[in-house]
Design a protein around this ligand. Structure first.
Ligand code: TYM
Length: 355
């Protein structure tokens, strides 16, 4: 039998879920969850105790969110909202383990154990730290610098085999592999490694959705302008307005992909359309090549509204049921603590720490 797949991924609960998160990550999580379910059925490993059962764990990286200046009341609200958003997008808490990091202390515990293995030089190379600290490196929090070690702990704790992430997180995953490899080399025997080396996986299409006001920057919840991103909770009117106002150029759409070179905003809108229809950029250009944005933008806006409508309806309903949300997160955290325990213990033991 092939070894079981353990899929693990996280998202920071800062601000609302946006289209970049959805098309770049969450939609892929839902697909993996569904594929995994199918594989379990085919292999007869559907019960929770079955050996060889494929499993998905998805979490809200609330501990990561405190690495940047934040408002506690907002973090709390955003954590619950993001949990509701994930369920609304199709993450099923009965089939996947869904939780928030803060309810699973093994994450920061393992991070400390891994801090002994991670090298300063490795962390110094992380481009996200450079981006997020900007010119104010001295004033950045220590958490922002060591954050990638927590991210490594997030996946190594569960022996993740596959980690679905967008392009921007690949470097952090490489670091997790380096840490796992060095820890295994330094503290474990070759035939009994403590950690599994996880593979990053990016969806083949739309791995990177860009800012609607500047096609060279990724769509992000940290951009001060609301007009730069589509949020899953946006009303249809807001979605249409944001697409209509999205930055473009005066040229019509080309009929071939190479005609989009040097036109990052046009490429982004076509990429979004392609992702929503599960097609390629070429497919979209076959239909819209030669057309101006006056025709393309309303078509894209309508497609977005139709895709987001059922998600935002479920999202609003879930947010009204705080008790149900709390119960989902408590159950997920309890499952996560169980799954992570043996690995955490193995790490303590390997390091010679008396328990
Ligand atoms: P975060 O919260 O910034 O983003 C969550 C996921 O969404 C992807 N993503 C995008 N994909 C395409 N286009 C975009 N514009 C875009 N913006 C975000 C990200 O690549 C990511 O997959 N450090 C992580 C959270 C994290 C994590 C982990 C992920 C913490 N621990 C362990 C995987 C495994 C982060 O800040 O992602």
């Amino acid at each position: 039998m092939r070894p079981a797949m353990r899929v693990v991924s996280g998202i920071q609960p800062t601000g609302n879920l946006h289209l970049g998160n959805y098309l770049g990550a969450i939609r892929n999580w839902v697909r993996m969850q569904d594929d995994m379910e199918e594989a379990n059925r085919a292999e007869g490993t559907t019960e929770s105790g079955d050996a060889g059962r494929n499993q998905c764990l998805f979490f809200l990286a609330d501990l990561h969110a405190i690495s940047m200046p934040h408002n506690p009341a907002e973090l709390k609200r955003a954590t619950l909202e993001m949990a509701a958003a994930l369920v609304a997008c199709g993450i099923d808490p009965q089939r996947s383990v869904l939780f928030n990091q803060a309810q699973v202390p093994a994450h920061p515990e393992l991070q400390w154990l891994l801090n002994g293995t991670a090298r300063m030089g490795w962390l110094n190379r992380m481009t996200q730290f450079k981006d997020k600290s900007g010119k104010n490196r001295e004033g950045a929090s220590a958490a922002l610098f060591t954050y990638p070690v927590l991210q490594a702990a997030d996946v190594l704790l569960y022996q993740a085999t596959h980690v679905p992430v967008g392009e921007d997180q690949k470097q952090h995953l490489e670091l997790a592999r380096d840490i796992a490899q060095k820890f295994n080399n330094d503290f474990a025997s070759e035939d009994a490694p403590v950690f599994t080396l996880p593979d990053p996986i990016s969806p083949p299409k739309a791995a990177r959705i860009m800012n609607l006001r500047d096609g060279t920057k990724k769509m992000s919840k940290s951009d001060p302008s609301d007009m730069s991103r589509i949020e899953l909770a946006d009303t249809p009117d807001e979605v249409m307005k944001k697409i209509k106002k999205a930055k473009t150029d005066p040229e019509p759409l080309p009929s071939e992909e190479k005609g989009l070179e040097g036109r990052p905003e046009a490429l982004n809108l076509v990429t979004i359309y392609a992702a929503l229809t599960d097609g390629s950029v070429e497919d979209v250009l076959k239909d819209f090549g030669g057309e101006g944005f006056g025709k393309f933008k309303p078509a894209l806006g309508e497609l977005l509204v139709e895709t987001l409508r059922p998600i935002s309806e479920r999202f609003t309903a879930l947010l009204d049921d705080r008790e149900a949300l709390d119960a989902i997160l408590a159950r997920g955290a309890s499952q996560a603590r169980e799954i992570g325990r043996p690995t955490l213990e193995a790490a303590y033991t390997a390091l010679g720490l008396v328990r």
